[in-house]
Design a protein around this ligand. Structure first.
Ligand code: ACM
Ligand code: ZN
Length: 763
């Protein structure tokens, strides 16, 4: 390269960097985007042009712009310069659009309302975040960077769900939810309207559904497995939507290109319905609207009168909701009542069915036939595959992706919503410092990594994966701000999974764009989780006397500072640059800083290092079929009280033992273990712990014994007994946990106690 070319290419790179510095932060990321130099400046002389059909979207833009800027942009029916145009372009596909901004004009093109709506969402994201405000902003300059965008979604079904049964949210809150969905270019709102804990939609023919079924007398306190015995809050709880309110939601959603898909659960999760009309169950006995979470045995009977009821309900539902799809649930339906019910057994015999699973299949197919006669289709959770799938049903795969794969292979449409990636009731940050969630761990990066189409699928099979959805179950989300906390920012990650072709996805770029997305959330007053700004620690190699870990944050602007001496972090603490190795038990404190400002929570994480770090026991009683889990006992990471992660559970009524091989004979003097006491899941402290040592792995000598003095303990806590003894030579260490005996479970039944074990250290 000659000198002039070198200078030129330097200038070119520099100017490209400058445009990139314009920070175009569109989420979900468009399929094709060319950033150009320069800006379009919106001023009082800017006019708005709209082709026929797009006037309403254009005037919505004018109204929003006036609100935040004070400028009333005038409408102009002639094409001219210094104009923002909403143009019809019939060559663009259903939800696709193009957006072209240069210094003279901004041109949005689409063939449909949906496409133009998305073009407008992109225009808003190209503008300063104040565009999302509720009032006049201080901003004087309104510019849009010059750019060429051509965009179209990858998936047709881009869903977000909300459970309004466990907790109820107002019409205004639902509208806020829909607003946020629209910004993320999501187009299906799955409204989970009925469940055991409350029926939430007015049905004119059956007034008891709301009179009785929309209220519960009280609600479980804390996590399901938190208190032993369980406790209740003594506060009546209820709420429902009138049909007029539901219609208003449908209308409001439609304006945002969102279809509302109502879910009426059947045949299980029906306690609230049966409480309203006991004739619906097999026993016909009065029950209460459920006041705790879970799965309940009283489900709809399969008598004709029950189908008549459900058809009446669905008729009113289909009258309110124009959606092509009606969700009929189908998940988690226990079969015990059907097994004992003469009417259900008669039905099984009459139809020549094999068992209650086929009866469930009959139930769903009968409902499907009815829904189909009204020109609609059903969606059901993946349990509807059991006992035979209804002909035209779409399957929502939630227990992993296996159900979705099976359904797609038999030519049924599938919506992927596997718990691991799509359940936004899971934790997104360290469970020990987060508000109580149901469990699991689904951080932002995990959501972003989701690929809805199984890798093994042919192009033909892939066509059946119509999209994916995040589910928001609200057992532990009382307030709408709690819902927002769980949904944002994870929904931004899912929106990119659903919209952007996988080859254009890039987590680092997404995180960079999220910095602006958080500013939008701030203007919109959305209570988003700030886990993004925090620090997480991950071990990358674990071996005897040596653990290496990395620290990371999603905030690309941040520098991580950390200490290894269990003290609070400050700007004076070490700057994290590369993996850190430790040789003894260490409490890491870490925090990210943007400049001098602390951002995110401080991470406090204890890591264990001992002579058996990274080792699996050489033998165990009982024998583990999947002994890979035993690795967790020496992975350096301590289990917490709130999530099941890290603990291994050992049941049965024998004593339990583990034998570790240190690799060679050496001096040892202490064994320590972590034991979870959590009575609601029958986890208690063992009767005692014995340590035995051996040089040859054959003859073991009892060396120390911890005789448990602990009386029965009903509180959740972690015990970390350290069993010391004088220095002894050993190569093999056997640890025996004396069985804790029988305990009561949450239902008052006697069970074997369970040993929940984690980090074992030998030194
Ligand atoms: C479900 O989470 N029970 C569909
Ligand atoms: Zn029955």
């Amino acid at each position: 390269m000659n000198k002039i070319a070198a200078v030129f290419s330097f200038l070119l790179c520099f100017s490209l960097a400058l445009y990139a510095g314009d920070q175009i932060n569109i989420i979900p990321y468009p399929q094709k985007m060319d950033i150009k130099p320069g800006h379009f400046k919106i001023n009082s002389g800017t006019t708005v042009f709209a082709d026929s059909g797009f006037e309403k979207l254009a005037s919505g833009f004018q109204t929003r712009f006036k609100l935040v800027s004070g400028f009333q942009l005038s409408k102009n029916d002639e094409i001219c310069t210094q104009q923002i145009r909403f143009e019809k372009a019939n060559n663009l596909s259903e939800e696709g659009y193009s957006l072209s901004a240069d210094s003279k004009n901004i041109v949005l093109k689409a063939s449909t309302q949906a496409g133009m709506f998305y073009a407008l969402q992109t225009l808003y994201q190209l503008m300063p975040v104040d565009i999302y405000g509720k009032e006049l902003s201080e901003r004087k300059k309104w510019t849009v960077p010059c750019v060429e965008i051509e965009d179209v979604p990858r998936f047709a079904y881009r869903g977000l769900h909300l459970d309004v049964s466990r907790h109820f949210f107002t019409v205004d809150e639902i509208k806020r939810y829909l607003d946020a969905m629209a910004i993320h270019k999501l187009n299906r709102f799955h409204w989970h309207l009925t469940d055991d804990q409350g029926w939430r939609i007015e049905i004119k023919k059956y007034p008891n559904l709301t009179k009785t079924g929309s209220h519960r007398i009280e609600t479980l306190v804390g996590h399901y497995y938190e208190n032993f015995p369980q406790r209740y809050d003594d506060d009546a709880y209820g709420g429902y939507y009138t049909q007029d309110e539901a219609r208003e939601i449908v209308r409001y959603a439609a304006e945002r290109n969102i279809t509302v898909i109502p879910e009426i659960e059947m045949p299980g999760h029906a306690s609230a319905t049966i409480a309203s009309y006991p004739f619906l169950s097999c026993t016909r006995q009065q029950i209460n609207v459920a006041k705790k979470w879970g799965i309940f045995e009283d489900v709809y009977c399969t008598r004709d009168s029950v189908f008549n009821f459900l058809e009446d309900v669905l008729t009113e539902i289909m009258d309110i909701f124009p959606s092509e799809y009606i969700h009929i649930g189908g998940d988690e339906c226990p079969k015990v009542r059907w097994h004992e019910c003469p009417d259900c057994q008669k039905r099984i015999k009459l139809l020549g069915l094999k068992d209650e699973h086929e009866l469930q299949s009959y139930f769903i197919q009968r409902i499907e036939n009815f829904v189909n006669t009204k020109g609609r289709k059903i969606i059901g959770w993946d349990e509807i595959l059991e006992g035979g799938l209804a002909d035209n049903a779409t399957v929502m795969s939630w227990r992993g992706v296996a159900g979705g794969i099976e359904a797609a292979k038999s030519s049924h449409n599938v919506i992927m919503t596997p718990g691991e990636f799509c359940y936004f009731d899971h934790y997104q940050d360290n469970p020990e410092t987060e508000p109580t969630a149901i469990g699991g761990y689904t951080p932002l990066s995990k959501v972003y990594s989701f690929e809805p189409v199984p890798a093994s699928f042919s192009a033909e099979e892939a066509r059946y994966i119509i999209g994916a959805q995040a589910n928001v179950w609200t057992e532990y989300l009382k307030q709408f701000s709690d819902v927002e906390y769980m949904v944002f920012p994870r929904i931004a990650a899912l929106s990119e999974v659903l919209w952007t072709q996988s080859e254009y996805k890039n987590y680092d770029r997404f995180c960079q764009n999220m910095l602006t997305e958080f500013q939008r959330y701030k203007v919109l007053d959305i209570n988003a989780s700030k886990a993004f700004y925090g620090v997480s620690a991950q071990t990358v190699s674990v071996s005897a006397d040596k653990v290496q870990f990395i620290l990371r944050t999603d905030d690309s602007k941040a520098v991580i500072h950390y200490n290894l001496d269990d003290s609070q972090v400050s700007l004076k603490s070490s700057v994290y640059k590369s993996p850190v190795t430790i040789h003894k038990n260490t409490v890491i404190h870490a925090r990210s800083f943007e400049g001098k400002k602390e951002v995110g929570k401080e991470l406090i994480q204890k890591l264990a290092v001992s002579k058996i770090s990274g080792k699996k026991p050489v033998s165990s009683v009982p024998i583990f079929k999947n002994d890979a889990v035993l690795q967790q006992l020496t992975d350096g990471i301590y289990g917490g009280t709130k999530s099941g992660n890290n603990w291994i559970q050992i049941g049965g009524n024998s004593d339990r033992e583990l034998v570790y091989d240190l690799g060679s004979v050496m001096q040892v003097h202490v064994v320590s273990v972590s034991i979870l006491n959590k009575p609601a899941i029958c986890g208690i402290y063992p009767f005692g712990i014995i340590v035995l040592l051996s040089e040859d792995g054959v003859d073991f000598v009892e060396t120390a014994r911890e005789k448990s003095e602990k009386v029965y303990d009903s509180i959740i806590r972690i015990y970390r007994p350290e069993i010391f003894f004088p220095y002894k030579k050993a190569r093999y260490v056997k640890i025996v946990f004396l069985n804790g005996g029988n305990v009561f479970d949450l239902n008052g039944n006697t069970r074997d106690s369970v040993l929940f074990l984690d980090e074992i250290e030998i030194n």
